[in-house]
Design a protein around this ligand. Structure first.
Ligand code: 4UV
Length: 536
């Protein structure tokens, strides 16, 4: 088989030849390279207000913002946090900060103040960009983070915060002439992921990690777009690697129009796709389910949608077929990847329908499927852990060499914690997960995170959290609890958690009281035992 190299048994390569990844471009240089040519074409438009920025305006504002940050004392390697739903200004903040050699850490705008404070402290963020709707959360977090100097709010004024638009009035003259960026070493973005175990960790993605991944996916039949024809809806949050790279960065690099919506609302979503003639839709499985089932969908003209791509969680064959029957797009496919791989490692080809598959290996990427116990490389059709080597693999977890060593081995293989296999055409299928992660609507929920919260409840002696399969969300967190006091109730526990975490992490799978939590001799929670128990 062509994708299996004889010299390196077990190492699988892309069916496509390696592309050129020069390794000397910063993220902003690469993404904004052709902005002058794209000129007065609309780059990004707010699907709610209709306000938009052209490519030339975006270029100018990125420079002004970079200059304004510099005047504030923001230097190379400093961290800017963005805590905002999708709005066009996200692009200005994101590329403005990276353009001066800064690092952007992105956080889910539904986080509570404590959750946000943790990330702001851990990443050592100096400034936070936000929107009025969640500015109070940022203010509350700032009190706990002496490292945060100032909050800038997009849109209307908020007390104790400064206005983002003020920064954009900067004349641009303080923009640093020459920032000596080492693109393969210096961090561009710092999203958070729990990886295979434990609490969310800062994922150090260098400039070259992201640029490499963009170069790998902007490939004919993959995510190469046509700037005269294509437009995309940005429903996937920019704070998550999927929206950040595959939508925001990938579209701007290629000069196509992005229409942002701040949150998923059925009518808004469908209206934007219809009115802006969105023809490529990147989604997660719950959106695929919505598009395949919801009666409202029939009331909108979605006929120009030609490419539907799903990633971040499995899209099963039944759902794929139902969606194909209903919308009949030219292509309906999946991608696969992780925050730690910038994110893409596999993509299905536009013109090859492969229901259930997550894709073929993208260029410049090596894959190995290994036996979960022996580590021996497996062959076609055999399930094992997917391992990845390539320029898109993160540098490591921020200030956490142990966790980094726990997933990137001495030969540079990143161990995904996902179980799957490949077929005779080189298509990959994910069938299970080795790691602890729960995926709620494509978003990560770390069991350890909820377990830590639950241990703070006075009635909880011991706890383990697992993901329960759910038709709509994919998975929902469920807690197994050993009571410390007899009087604790399920409702009390569910409410307690809801009061402390972002809504997407709630214990939607409920609580089960047990006598003890099954653990291995070394004290590790035996989650599989609990998962099996829940299936009965
Ligand atoms: O770290 P993360 O939240 O990252 C993501 C990344 C999503 C992608 C994937 C391909 C793209 O082309 C793209 O633009 C964005 O979700 O979660 C990583 C984990 O999500 C599961 C798997 O368990 C990963 O380790 N996952 C991601 N994609 C799939 C998936 C999929 N297609 N099928 C099953 N599980």
């Amino acid at each position: 088989r062509s994708f299996s190299s004889v010299k390196n048994p077990g190492i699988l390569k892309s069916r496509f030849p390696d592309g050129n990844i020069p390794g000397n471009e910063t993220l902003t240089q690469y993404v904004t390279q052709h902005f002058d040519d794209y000129g007065n074409d609309v780059a990004i438009i707010n699907g709610v207000t209709g306000e938009s920025y052209t490519y030339l305006q975006l270029k100018d504002l990125i420079r002004r913002f970079g200059s304004a940050l510099t005047r504030l004392g923001f230097k190379q390697h400093d961290v800017l946090a963005v805590f905002s739903p999708n709005v066009p200004e996200y692009a200005i903040a994101f590329f403005g900060a990276t353009s001066v050699g800064g690092v952007v850490t992105t956080a889910n705008p539904t986080y509570t103040a404590d959750e946000l404070a943790h990330q702001l402290r851990h990443s050592n963020a100096h400034y936070v960009i936000t929107v009025p709707e969640v500015a109070e959360t940022v203010k509350a977090a700032k009190y706990k983070c002496p490292n945060v100097k100032e909050i800038f709010v997009i849109g209307s004024d908020v007390p104790e915060c400064r206005s983002f638009s003020e920064l954009l009035e900067d004349d641009g003259l303080a923009f640093p002439a020459d920032v000596p960026v080492n693109v393969t070493e210096d961090v561009a973005v710092l999203p958070y992921s729990s990886g295979t175990t434990g609490l969310p960790k800062g994922v150090v993605l260098t400039n070259n990690n992201i640029v490499a991944n963009l170069r790998q996916i902007i490939h004919k039949g993959m995510l190469e777009f046509n700037r005269h024809e294509d437009s995309l809806i940005a429903q996937l949050p920019f704070f998550h690697i999927y929206g950040m790279v595959a939508v925001l960065s990938c579209c701007l690099r290629q000069g196509v129009k992005i229409v942002t919506i701040p949150r998923f609302e059925p009518e808004l979503y469908l209206r934007v796709i219809q009115d802006y003639k969105v023809n490529r839709v990147m989604m997660v499985p719950p959106i695929a389910l919505f598009l395949s089932k919801h009666p409202l969908v029939d009331q909108y003209d979605l006929s120009h949608v030609k490419d539907l791509m799903c990633a971040a969680a499995p899209m099963g064959i039944n759902l794929t077929m139902a969606l194909r029957d209903r919308l009949n797009p030219q292509s309906l496919r999946q991608g696969y990847g992780l925050t730690e791989t910038s994110p893409v490692t596999h993509l299905c080809m536009e013109d090859e329908f492969a229901p259930g598959a997550v894709g073929v290996i993208i260029p410049n990427t090596e894959i190995k499927v290994i036996h979960t116990e022996t580590g021996v490389a497996l062959g076609e059709g055999e399930d094992g852990e997917i391992c990845v080597r390539g320029p898109q693999v993160m540098k490591g977890y921020l200030n956490n060499p142990e966790a980094t060593a726990g997933c990137i081995d001495a030969e540079g293989w990143f161990h995904t914690g996902d179980i799957g296999h490949y077929d005779d055409k080189g298509y990959f299928y994910i069938v299970d997960r080795l790691k602890e992660l729960i995926k709620y609507k494509g978003l990560q929920v770390a069991p350890a995170d909820l377990e830590a919260v639950l241990l703070g409840h006075p009635g909880v002696q011991d706890v383990a959290v697992i993901g329960l399969p759910d038709d709509e969300a994919g998975e929902v967190p469920k807690a197994f609890i050993v009571k410390k006091t007899d009087d604790v109730t399920e409702q009390e526990i569910v409410d307690y958690v809801a009061g402390k975490v972002a809504p997407f992490k709630k214990l939607r799978g409920g609580v089960e009281f047990v006598k003890e939590i099954p653990k291995s001799a070394s004290g590790k929670i035996l989650r599989r035992t609990l998962r099996d128990k829940s299936r009965i």
